[in-house]
Design a protein around this ligand. Structure first.
Ligand SMILES: C[S@@+](CC[C@H](N)C(=O)[O-])C[C@H]1O[C@@H](n2cnc3c(N)ncnc32)[C@H](O)[C@@H]1O
Length: 539
């Protein structure tokens, strides 16, 4: 990453498009007497439209970056006596240059993780958030949240907020206290998502938060999803929904569900279907695999181990990435001998180590393996903790996650999820219930994605995924799945096969209902991946 991009990223300086800024300013400014604050004005994306609708003495702003600050003053987008150079979180309502109360605060705050800030700045941000919300904010959060809360301190009664915020606002755990605060302090909440990315150069999904009637309260937020900015300006939403703030705080992913067709939402909440589904974690609890501490040193092929004379019983077959689950069918016993890796797991007692072990450990120490973080915090450094053979394995980075039976007796590293079935549950029943479009739909709803739209399965979310509750495995289904999953491109076919045998066969859904579910998967995948990546692929 170039030096300048690094500096921009460090202070979260990505500028809002004029169209979006225009739309928000026209919503926020209700009359010439309004006073508006832009708390982190950057290059002035919001100050330009503000200058068109308000006299200069009605517009105030702050910015921490001196270069951007100076540029804006030179362009006379703001008068010096109404501008603050410095940390917005250090400003106070009523203290120069800011009056006590504003009609509106508009902007696009920095999305910088608090842990990336200098300690004093992070502490200040957390203190501001707690002071306003009356409850602590998680240090794992981002700077945009204290900015929103600090902005509320500057609002007069009936005041408004118009902010561009990261899409994570709609689902991350650390934002839930903020939703509780917004619910108790604004009469109206509106959240707008646009499919077209507002920051094309960033793989950052955002929403527009429009909060009105400061001092009031509400139980819900009006959600609107638009194809692009033109549709927003024309007031042509693709989807609208009234979402209970309680559902957001409960972590039910209502902003994702709201993108689904109403008929599908009705089907998913019908007793007929809901009674036939269960959370994955109820039939098999998934957690991450072991952490070796140095992947290369602790994993050897059979040849490498033999060449070093390392005893067989100090080696345990291990799987270390999702790639190793591809094209092996539904069982780990099918992992080809030549592709197998072994976790080096010598005895902890030094006196039980063979000369070959001692040579290999010396090799590791010479390479500094014993100094690696996970190694130096355990005793002895070469003993990997938490080794258990799971019943099932699940790939982590995939929109069509692979699940296999671990009948090969492998261990699995933290690049995979490890499942232990509940008492009395047949693991093959879980695999049979995994491969179908309803599971894929639930993955799209429950699993969050990284920037750029990559789904990443973490235990807490994976265990919430809904799967059909099967009494028995449909005849011949497992062997048919196994045949498909032994081929490089059989994965989508395996999920389609499950639609026939499980969704139609066992759950008695109609073909039309299965198609509705499949369309739901495509809809959510499209929103998750966003637009830019597609363009790039086609260019
Ligand atoms: C995402 S940019 C948005 C700029 C402008 N609001 C826009 O929408 O184009 C965030 C801005 O916040 C500024 N900033 C970062 N931390 C700040 C702080 N603690 N106080 C004031 N401004 C800050 C950055 O320098 C950057 O210009």
């Amino acid at each position: 990453m170039s030096g300048s991009l690094f500096l921009l990223k460090a202070r979260g300086a990505f500028y809002t498009s004029r169209t979006a800024a225009d739309y928000m300013v026209r919503w926020a400014v209700r009359g010439p007497a309004d006073a508006v604050l832009e708390p982190c004005f950057g290059e002035g994306a919001f100050l330009e439209p503000l200058a068109e609708v308000l006299e200069p003495d009605r517009v105030y702003g702050a910015e921490i970056d001196e270069v951007a600050f100076t540029r804006v003053l030179r362009r006379e987008l703001l008068t010096a006596d109404r501008a603050h150079l410095g940390d917005f979180l250090e400003t106070e309502p009523g203290r120069s240059p800011f009056p006590r109360a504003f009609s509106a605060v508009v902007g696009n705050p920095p999305y910088v993780r608090l842990r990336r800030l200098p300690k004093p700045a992070a502490a200040r941000a957390l203190a501001v958030a707690e002071a306003v919300m009356g409850e602590p904010m998680s240090p794992s959060g981002s700077l945009w949240m204290p900015f929103v809360l600090q902005a509320c301190r500057f609002l007069g009664s009936g005041g408004r907020l118009a902010f561009v915020l990261p899409y994570e606002l709609t689902y991350v755990q650390y934002a839930r206290p903020l939703w509780r605060y917004l619910k108790g302090h604004f009469r109206h909440l509106r959240c707008i998502r646009v499919y077209d990315r507002l920051f094309p150069d960033l793989s950052q999904d955002v929403v527009l938060l429009l909060a009105d009637g400061f001092g009031g309260a509400t139980d819900s937020v009006a959600y609107e999803a638009y194809e692009d900015l033109d549709a927003l300006l024309d007031g042509q939403p693709l989807r609208t929904a009234r979402i209970a703030v309680a559902d957001v705080v409960a972590g039910d992913r209502p902003f994702v569900r709201a993108l689904l067709a109403p008929e599908l939402t009705a089907l998913l909440s019908s007793r007929r279907l809901a009674d036939r589904l269960t959370r994955l974690g109820r039939v098999s609890r998934f957690s991450i695999g072991y952490v070796a501490g140095d992947k290369r040193f602790f994993h050897l092929s059979a040849e490498e181990a033999e060449a070093r004379g390392i005893p067989q019983d100090h080696l345990r077959p291990a799987l270390t990435s999702g790639r190793e689950l591809r094209a092996i069918g539904i069982c780990t016993r099918s992992v080809p001998e030549g592709r197998r890796l072994y976790l080096y797991d010598p005895p902890a007692q030094r006196e039980s180590l063979t000369p070959a072990d001692l040579r290999y450990l010396a090799e590791g120490a010479a390479a500094g393996v014993h100094q690696r973080y996970k190694c130096r915090i355990r005793e002895p450094w070469y003993k990997v903790p938490g080794l258990e053979q799971p019943d099932l394995l699940l790939s982590v980075f995939s929109e069509s996650p692979i699940m296999v039976l671990n009948d090969g007796g492998f261990l699995a590293s933290n690049s995979l999820l490890c499942g232990r079935v509940a008492r009395g549950v047949d693991p093959s029943l879980v695999v049979a219930s995994w491969y179908n479009s309803l599971t894929l739909l639930s993955c799209e709803i429950e699993i969050h994605s990284l920037g750029g739209g990559v789904l990443i399965l973490i235990p807490g979310e994976a265990n919430k995924v809904l799967v059909p509750r099967l009494q028995q495995v449909p005849a011949g289904h497992l062997s048919a799945l196994d045949r498909l999953l032994r081929t490089r491109d059989g994965l989508e076919g395996a999920f389609a096969l499950g639609d026939d045998a499980v969704l139609e066969g066992e759950l008695k859904l109609t073909r039309q209902e299965v198609n509705l579910i499949r369309e739901g998967v495509e809809t959510l995948r499209r929103w998750r991946k966003g637009v830019q990546k597609v363009k790039r692929c086609n260019s």
